[in-house]
Design a protein around this ligand. Structure first.
Ligand code: KG4
Ligand code: ZN
Length: 345
């Protein structure tokens, strides 16, 4: 089988990324430009700032990935771009770049679903297919479980009814005076704490039939633990270092317990043999370790995306090969579908 080439673009939130992927699924080159320092003082992603930053980064990122791959644009089969879900301004930058290149180079365009791509990322670099599986996305915008029959065929099983897990990490990190994005910093602080010292609530955990998550109450419990009714940023300053670490550890453990319990419930309900986990929070070391142990004990095959492919990247745009093989190309008037759409059950 001759080798074919794909250029993939990702700009759904605050990472601008491009990757060259061949038809065997090998990632030949990839480039990811972050913009965290621009959002840090706001303790969260500001959509307008993100869109402008994408605009500045998209061409250098594309150029770097193409040069590094050594692939000439003439050799490309298609250009893939994530069009859903995401921030409107951010999505538009990636899609506009994809359209411009498609026109200039006379290549077809393929729009992909960012969440399906996060699940597909679990299989990057593996020789065996990860499907069928339970796909679990735990990121800053999503905490969702799917029954995945194949890369493009899935059913929604459940997800968060309020905050996403990563969002809760980020907000609790702010309360503890940690830098943005909070997940990695909070996890580092938690490693110095006692996971059993403070038991925070585990929302919806007792409702075993329900494959949903809720993290906003947990977040509020942390807030009151830090500062009572006063400003939590003041409260965090008055805590000693061990108490801060214990709060971080107690919070992280509560989130991990909810994530693992519902993932295992989804596996049981669907009788799946394999669980595939992606998204930024899947980079969390304690979560990876604890989930690995639980899956071993229950004889469930676990595939967690490699850490560099947990957070947003363009390599996961390899999903587009599945559409290309089915002849599913998109017209040049393809549009973005923004929003954190919660799929229907
Ligand atoms: O998948 P991602 O890059 O972007 C979205 O699509 O949301 O995920 C970003 C989220 C942020 O909330 C970040 O704090 C969280 O993933 N995150 C982590 C870790 N690394 C990133 N959360 C917990 N522990 C980590 N090590
Ligand atoms: Zn993502």
């Amino acid at each position: 089988m001759s080798t074919e080439y794909l250029l993939a673009i990702e700009s759904t939130c605050d990472e601008t990324a491009a990757a060259l992927i061949d038809s065997h699924g090998s990632v030949l080159a990839e480039c990811v430009a972050t913009q965290e320092f621009l959002h840090e003082k706001f303790s969260g992603v500001v959509p307008e700032i993100a869109a402008r930053a994408h605009l500045e980064r998209i061409l250098p990122v594309l150029d770097t990935a193409l040069k590094e791959s050594g692939i000439h644009p003439d050799a490309l089969n298609a250009i893939a771009v994530a069009t859903f879900p995401g921030l409107p301004g951010s999505l538009i930058v990636g899609l506009s770049a994809a359209k411009a290149l498609a026109l200039a180079w006379n290549k077809p365009i393929v729009g992909i679903n960012h969440i399906q791509a996060h699940i597909y990322a679990c299989g990057l670099g593996l020789t065996e297919s990860i499907y069928p599986c339970v796909g679990f996305i735990v990121s800053g915008g999503h905490t969702s479980l799917y029954r995945c029959q194949e890369p493009l065929g899935w059913d929604y099983l459940g997800g968060t009814i309020d905050d996403a897990a990563g969002e809760a990490f980020d907000k609790v990190a702010v309360m503890l005076g940690l830098p943005f994005p909070g997940g990695p910093a909070l996890s580092k602080l938690a490693a110095k704490g006692d996971r059993q010292a403070i038991r925070f609530p585990r929302p919806l955990l007792e409702d075993k039939e329900r494959l949903d998550f809720s993290f906003s109450g947990l977040k509020t419990a942390v807030r009151y633990r830090i500062a009572g009714p006063s400003d939590p940023s003041q409260g965090a300053a008055s805590l000693d270092e061990q108490e801060r670490a214990n709060i971080a550890a107690g919070f992280e453990q509560a989130v991990i317990d909810c994530l693992i319990a519902k993932a295992m419930a989804a596996v049981k309900k669907t009788r799946a043999k394999r669980l595939c986990v992606g998204g930024g929070v899947a980079a969390n070391t304690s979560f990876r370790e604890q989930l690995t142990l639980v899956c071993q004990a229950r004889n469930v095959e676990l595939v967690i995306a490699k850490p560099q492919w947990c957070t947003d990247n363009a390599a996961m745009g390899a999903l587009a090969w599945e559409k290309i093989r089915r002849g599913q190309f998109d017209p040049l008037d393809l549009d973005v579908q923004p929003g954190l759409v919660r799929p229907k059950r």
